[in-house]
Design a protein around this ligand. Structure first.
Ligand code: FCB
Length: 475
């Protein structure tokens, strides 16, 4: 096979789950309907200057009202699984108390609609839409939020736990903590390194408590439990001293990756992480017993992957480069490691400016398999934004097909190398609200016309449908 990862004719094993992913705030709209309370993303997007063009999720793709149409679309594409998230403020408007039956009714319809169409439901409990009322009490810097999350998880288990095939506690807690409380690029937009690290721990605690609560209320036999992390894949900077780049790679791996895999999968925060951040916090918010609570068995580790970072230690003299792929903002996403430089990387790039590096997906999956032998993996997000064009009612998104071909090839290579990879959920089923970029970045395999809300499967959707039907990467 060519080394450019443009594979074809590669067949995936039986049982490998081909699906697609979305998240509640990015697609649902209906922001004030049926008892939904405000989330930190409602507050943030309605604050001038936070999101490009002042875009909000008020209407988004109007999925809340177009559920049946969207379910039919998934069926037409032949999706075998659908990864969606549940909006906490639909279930508990202020993040506490009894479950809101009208909110639950929507997810009941969604789950039943998936099962009727033979599509396996993969539910994420938290994809960033924290009830604003909890943020007002401290948000993820407050330990209590982790306990509120456990109550919420218990409600979800009781209501949906007879049908959901796989539960994911958190999506990308790195973004929730470091972009939400450190850099401020994401809601709630706070910019304090100590708060970011406090949020890391309370998110980890929520993961553990949430799993415990789910397990007491879920009834479906064979239900699987997982968490989804966005791994940063650090690469050495060329023409840089080995020690500088090795130190930078170690620091970024500690902050971005091992601050979650450490407690969740090994039951401890890495010593080097504690040392790197010692000037920011003494981690006094970690209480006796917390690590045992966090270290719950999981069945699958969800892996979100888009691109790499190239790092070295800043020399203290030249202008510091900060091309870490995350939207620029007031604070830092790297508390304790601000002297790491993120270099501009060679292309090609997607419309996000992210470099396209399928080989790093293979490398990541193999590395996780080696770090955590016996732990099944699933690609829970991978995909690309491009500036799509509509031509005679069609969307010829050849860039996206090429991107997907190369990343499915990478996934296939990882399987050949012995990785227990259970599936691949393409981000995203449809164009949607891309956080601080609003509606300016299109990740969908289905186009959404934001004036009419009409859905049009792009060429990539047809390509993916053929991959799913044949289990083989099309020529
Ligand atoms: C991930 C998020 C997802 C989407 C993609 C592009 O970080 O989990 O919601 O925005 O990036």
């Amino acid at each position: 096979m060519d080394d450019d990862y443009r594979g074809s004719g590669l067949t995936f094993p039986d049982g490998f789950l081909f699906g697609s992913a979305t998240a509640s705030y990015q697609i649902e709209g209906a922001a004030t309907e049926d008892g939904r309370g405000p989330s930190i993303w409602d507050m943030f997007s309605h604050t001038p200057g936070r999101v490009v063009h002042g875009h909000t999720g008020d209407i988004a793709c109007d999925h809340y009202h177009r559920l049946d149409e969207d379910l039919d679309l998934m069926q037409q594409l032949g999706l075998q699984s659908y990864r969606f998230s549940i909006a906490w403020p639909r279930i508990q408007a202020a993040g506490t108390g009894p479950a809101n039956e009208r909110g639950l009714a929507f997810y009941n319809r969604l789950v039943d609609g998936l099962l009727e169409r033979g599509i396996r439901p993969i539910a994420t409990m938290y994809h960033w839409d924290l009830p604003q009322a909890l943020e007002d009490e401290g948000g993820w810097t407050s330990r209590d939020t982790a306990y509120r999350f456990a109550d919420y998880a218990h409600h979800l288990g009781e209501a949906l736990g007879d049908r959901i095939a796989m539960w994911t506690t958190l999506n990308e807690p790195w973004c929730s903590s470091f972009l939400g409380y450190g850099s401020g690029a994401h809601a709630p937009g706070r910019t304090d390194g100590r708060e970011a690290l406090t949020a890391v721990h309370h998110l980890n605690l929520a993961h553990g408590l949430g799993l415990q609560a789910l397990r007491t209320s879920v009834t479906r036999p064979g239900t699987e439990y997982s968490a989804t992390l966005n791994f940063h894949v650090p690469r050495p900077a060329p023409d840089t001293a080995d020690e500088s780049t090795a130190e930078a790679m170690r620091r970024i791996d500690a902050l971005a990756n091992r601050s979650f895999t450490g407690p969740m999968l090994r039951g401890a925060y890495p010593e080097d992480l504690l040392a790197d951040t010692a000037a920011v916090t003494d981690w006094g918010f970690v209480r006796d017993g917390d690590l045992a609570t966090i270290h719950q068995p999981i069945d699958v580790l969800g892996v979100n992957y888009y691109s790499t970072v190239t790092v070295r230690m800043w020399d203290g003299v030249s202008e510091r480069v900060r091309a870490d792929g995350h939207a620029a903002s007031a604070g830092s996403a790297w508390p304790g490691s601000d002297e790491v430089e993120f270099l501009q990387q060679p292309g090609p790039y997607t419309a996000m400016g992210w470099n396209i590096a399928p080989e790093a997906l293979e490398q990541l999956l193999v590395s996780l398999h080696e770090q955590f032998p016996g732990l099944p993996l699933m690609v829970t997000e991978n995909g690309a934004a491009f500036d799509d064009r509509v031509v005679d009612g069609r969307v010829p998104d050849t860039d996206r097909i090429d991107f997907l071909r190369r990343h499915f090839t990478a996934a296939h290579r990882a399987i050949e190398r012995g990785v227990d990879l259970r599936g691949f959920q393409v981000w995203s089923l449809m164009d949607n609200f891309e956080w601080s970029y609003g509606y300016t970045k299109r990740f969908g395999i289905v186009r959404v016309d934001y004036d009419t809300l009409e859905r049009t499967p792009k060429d990539s959707a047809h390509w993916y449908a053929e991959l799913i039907r044949t289990r083989t990467i099309p020529a």
